[in-house]
Write a protein that binds this ligand. Structure first.
Ligand code: ZN
Length: 239
């Protein structure tokens, strides 16, 4: 059973498949047993995040930090449930913090019709339950999580979108900068705040060092992932 609830990525790092492999969260564990959760999926995903803790022998009381790569409803949807179960607040990049507090998505790219349509239906408190942000993370900062988790600000998909690099295990969490659903691909254009900027900042991921690339949407790459991401970026230069 535990096998279905979490996928080990590296020592002390797991992926939580929240909607099959299409929507993922992550767990990082410190040597002293403290647990950090990254992204909580859709509103229905909260209980799955909590169940995943049991699969690694941890309890909600072991959770000391909650992180979001960005404030979209398929990442922050289950967040309020997890916050209630663990009694913790969130660490979010400044660019998305106000949206997380409000329970709304950042604006969509209005150069696309779908972006304009979706924006029209976005309302504070309606995209996901409002959250408590207790700390803002900044670009380049190494958070004291599981031996060091580097924040790589990759705005575009949202203003405060971040990718996260666990330096000790050489595991990269791309966030929504790049998807790995039926191959590497860009996130849906219209759901980005600025799609062009998404393409530009994704190039930062080609410059980092890692042995595993994990995605919030799709399965991880374990075989020369940086080369695969560089090849993808090379084929898809911003226009
Ligand atoms: Zn997103």
């Amino acid at each position: 059973m535990a096998k279905d609830l979490v996928v080990p990525l590296a020592p002390n790092v797991w992926r939580i498949p929240l909607v099959r492999d299409l929507v993922n969260g992550f767990i990082l564990r410190d040597d002293d047993g403290q647990v950090t959760l990254v992204d909580m999926g859709l509103s229905s995903s909260g209980p799955k995040v909590i169940a995943a803790l049991g699969a690694i022998g941890a309890a909600p009381s072991d959770v000391t930090r909650l992180l979001l790569t960005h404030a979209h409803p398929d990442h922050a949807g289950g967040a309020a449930h997890v916050a209630r179960e663990t009694g913790r607040g969130f660490t979010v990049h400044h660019g998305d913090a106000a949206y997380a507090v409000e329970g709304s998505s950042p604006p969509r790219d209005r150069s696309f019709l779908l972006g304009r349509l979706v924006d029209r239906f976005s309302r504070p408190g309606r995209d996901f339950e409002p959250l408590t942000v207790e700390r803002e993370m900044t670009d380049g900062e190494v958070l004291p999580i599981a031996g060091g988790l580097r924040v790589v600000h990759t705005p575009g998909h949202s203003p405060g979108h971040v990718s996260l690099l666990h330096e000790e295990s050489r595991t990269l969490i791309t966030g929504d900068a790049i998807f790995n659903v039926l191959g590497l691909r860009w996130p849906v254009k219209a759901f980005c705040t600025d799609f062009r900027m998404t393409q530009q900042t994704a190039h930062l991921l080609g410059e980092l060092d890692y042995d595993v690339a994990a995605f919030t949407h799709g399965t991880e790459l374990r075989d020369r992932p940086r080369e695969a991401i560089r090849a993808f970026l090379g084929r898809h230069r911003p226009s």
